[in-house]
Design a protein around this ligand. Structure first.
Ligand code: HH2
Length: 303
C-alpha cells in the first residue's frame, strides 16, 4: 500500500483542526490534546470501583491533571459491552460532587461522559464545559442542553447499545458508514443551532465493532478528520488485548501507546486515555519523530 505513514505538518493543521470551543474556553488543536479518563463507576471495564468514592475520584482527577491531561472526562455509567443502563439520578449522584470539587481545584477543562441530557445539564451547571456523548446527541433533550450552555460536544459513533453492541456487528464498508453517520450527526446538530466549532467526532472504537473494524477506522483517521476534529478512544480496549495477547485490561499499556502514537501521526486531535503520563511521553516522542522525518525529507529533497 502506497501510503505515507506521517502526514506533513501543514496537512495536520487544516482549518478544521485549529481550535475547539467549549463553553467560554477555546482549546487550541495545533497539537494533539489528552483527555484523561475518570470513571466514577463500580463496573468500568478496566478500573471499575477504583474511584467510586468521591474523594478518591477527586484525588485521581488531580493526579491526571498533574500528569498533563488537558481535559478530564468524568463518567458515572459504564458503556462496556454488556453494561446495563444506570438511572439518571444514580449517575448524577456519582459524578456531580466530583465535577463540582474538581472545578474548584483545577483549571483543567472538565467533560461529562453521559448519554443523558438531565445528567449533562447538571454537570454543565456544576463546572463541566464539554459533553462527551457516546450516542452522538441521541437523547432528544441533549442538543438543547449543549446549545444553551455553549458546551463543547463529542459525537461518537456506536452501532446499537452497550448491552448488545458486540453481538456480531456487521458493515458493508465500516469507514464509509461511520463517516457518513458522523457527518450527518454534525449537520443535524448545526441545523439545531450548535456551532460547528464546538463539536468533535469519534469513530467509537469497540462500540459495535470487531477488531478488523477498529483497525480499518484507525487506518482512515485522515478521512474522518475531513468531517471534524477527531477524538480517538482506544485506551486499554479489548481489540488491543486481542492483538498483543493481553486478556487483562491493565496489561494493555504498550498496545495503547502504540495506538496513541499512530493516531497522533494520522491526524487525531484528541486522545482519550487512562494512562496520561505515559501517553504524554509517547506523544512527545512521536511528535519528535514526525518533525525529524519532515526535516530529513526536506534535506534530501534539496540535495
Ligand atoms: N470509550 C469508553 C467510554 N466513553 N467516549 C468516547 N468519546 N470514546 C470512547 O472510545 C469511549 C467513551 C469506554 O471506556 P471506559 O470509559 O474506560 O470504560 P467504561 O465505559 O466501562 O466506563
Amino acid at each position: 500500500m502506497n501510503r505515507r505513514l506521517i502526514l506533513p505538518q501543514e496537512e495536520l493543521r487544516k482549518p478544521s483542526l485549529s481550535a475547539w470551543r467549549c463553553g467560554p474556553h477555546t482549546i487550541s488543536l495545533d497539537r494533539p490534546r489528552i483527555m484523561g479518563i475518570l470513571n466514577v463507576t463500580p463496573d468500568s471495564f478496566s478500573d471499575g470501583g477504583q474511584w467510586l468514592d468521591p474523594e478518591a475520584a477527586v484525588r485521581r482527577g488531580l493526579e491526571l491533571a498533574a500528569e498533563g491531561a488537558d481535559i478530564l472526562d468524568v463518567g458515572g455509567e459504564s458503556t462496556r459491552p454488556g453494561a446495563a443502563e444506570v438511572p439518571a439520578d444514580e449517575e448524577a449522584r456519582r459524578v456531580i460532587p466530583v465535577i463540582r470539587a474538581l472545578s474548584q481545584r483545577t483549571a483543567v477543562l472538565l467533560s461529562i461522559d453521559t448519554r443523558k441530557a438531565a445528567v449533562a445539564r447538571e454537570a454543565l451547571a456544576a463546572g463541566a464545559c464539554i459533553v462527551n456523548d457516546v450516542s452522538a446527541l441521541g437523547d432528544p433533550g441533549m442538543a438543547a442542553a449543549v446549545r444553551e450552555r455553549g458546551a463543547g460536544a463529542v459525537l461518537m459513533h456506536m452501532r446499537g447499545a452497550p448491552a448488545t453492541m458486540q453481538q456480531a456487528p456487521q458493515y458493508d464498508d465500516v469507514v464509509a458508514e461511520v463517516r457518513a453517520y458522523l457527518s450527518a450527526r454534525i449537520e443535524a446538530a448545526v441545523a439545531g443551532g450548535i456551532a460547528r466549532e464546538r463539536m468533535v467526532i469519534d469513530p467509537g472504537l469497540g462500540f459495535g465493532k470487531t477488531t478488523a473494524h477498529n483497525l480499518a477506522l484507525l487506518g482512515a483517521l485522515e478521512q474522518l478528520a475531513e468531517v471534524a476534529p477527531v477524538l480517538v478512544g482506544a485506551s486499554r480496549k479489548r481489540f488491543i488485548g486481542e492483538i498483543i495477547g493481553a486478556p487483562e485490561a491493565g496489561a494493555r499499556l504498550a498496545g495503547s501507546l502504540a495506538v496513541a502514537v499512530w493516531s497522533l501521526l494520522r491526524g487525531a486531535a484528541i486522545l482519550r486515555v487512562h494512562d496520561v503520563a505515559a501517553t504524554r511521553a509517547a506523544m512527545t516522542m512521536g511528535a519528535a519523530l514526525a518533525a525529524g522525518n519532515e526535516q530529513g525529507g526536506r534535506r534530501s529533497a534539496n540535495v
